[in-house]
Ligand binder design. Structure first.
Ligand code: MN
Length: 316
């Protein structure tokens, strides 16, 4: 028997075959966000729907390996009937969400996500505690009997492998690997995809990493470590986090990054039961137990003292 929420989505789509569908995802979208959005778009088109992917701030040039990547639109169409959000824990997480039609003006707002702090903002909410929206999308397509092609498989594989840190995070299950294996047999190329995701450093990237390592602060008593990226033009937060979290004897990692002249972004990772999403929530942030983020106004130095003091209080 089909999962009742999947069934509800299927019935809804079947009842509104002529509807115009917009697919949206969170700001500063990652590969789970974009890969899942494209996969949904391709499936909807194959099944006769009028769909499009909208992202007001799509910019990452490393996503170009994704099939038909350039079909993503930066501008919302004048009108549409159904909104599908993917990988967004709240509507506010979507860049320019103010421009979106509200639930009441739509046939449906379908919220598909895997963040534990999802606010259930949709008229239909499909949440699963699962590795990625890529994995969840596979389950939905599978339940619908919607066959995958190699483009869709590539998008979903990229989404899953990215959100699991190359199948290393504790969210990886036998099911994740089973799905990844199926995606590869349909045409996803793990080597090709991994190389496009990870072999992308420039000399600038290496220089930012170098300086962030030089400024690494470690506290082996409280078992946390962090570094600061002061230059807003350096967009290497994930690369720096990837590296510092390999440090043994530390459980909690932070990258505090000046995002623009007045905004700071903080990434948090935990290797223990310390819940970084809960910690982030007190500063208006959120995410998962082991990976979360905070956005705060101010300068990195001010934010640093507030966050680190609060972190130490919490760990105590
Ligand atoms: Mn995700």
């Amino acid at each position: 028997m089909m999962n009742p929420l999947f069934q509800e989505l299927k019935s809804l789509l079947d009842s509104f075959k002529q509807s115009r569908i917009v697919i949206a995802t969170h700001e500063d979208p990652d590969l789970d966000a974009i890969g899942s959005s494209l996969a949904f778009h391709f499936q909807l088109q194959k099944h006769g729907f009028n769909s499009m992917v909208w992202s007001a701030d799509i910019s990452n040039k490393f996503f170009h390996f994704l099939p038909k990547y350039s079909c993503i639109k930066k501008y919302l169409p004048h009108d549409y009937d159904i909104l599908i959000t993917l990988d967004a824990s709240s509507l506010e997480r979507i860049k320019k969400y103010e421009e979106l039609k509200t639930k009441d003006d739509l046939i449906a707002l379908i919220n598909i996500d895997h963040h534990q702090d999802n606010t259930q903002f949709g008229s239909l909410n499909i949440y699963q505690h699962i590795s990625s929206v890529g994995e969840l999308s596979f389950l939905i397509f599978d339940a619908f009997g919607w066959e995958l092609d190699s483009d869709i498989a590539t998008c979903l594989y990229a989404a899953i492998s990215f959100d699991t840190g190359r199948f290393q995070h504790n969210t990886v299950t036998a099911q994740s690997l089973d799905i990844a294996s199926k995606l590869v047999s349909i045409g996803a190329n793990p080597c090709h995809i991994a190389s496009h995701i990870y072999d992308t450093y420039t000399l600038d990237t290496l220089s930012v990493i170098n300086s962030s390592l030089n400024h690494l602060v470690t506290d082996f008593q409280y078992r946390f470590a962090y570094t600061i990226l002061e230059d807003p033009s350096s967009r290497c937060g994930p690369e720096v986090m990837d590296l510092i979290r390999k440090l043994a004897g530390i459980d909690i990692f932070l990258v505090i990054r000046q995002y623009d002249s007045h905004m700071v972004k903080i990434s948090l990772r935990s290797k223990t039961d310390f819940n970084v999403a809960q910690f982030a929530a007190q500063f208006g942030g959120g995410g998962h137990n082991k990976a979360a983020g905070i956005t705060m106004e101010g300068h990195v130095q001010d934010v640093e003292s507030i966050i680190i003091k609060s972190l130490k209080d919490k760990i105590k």
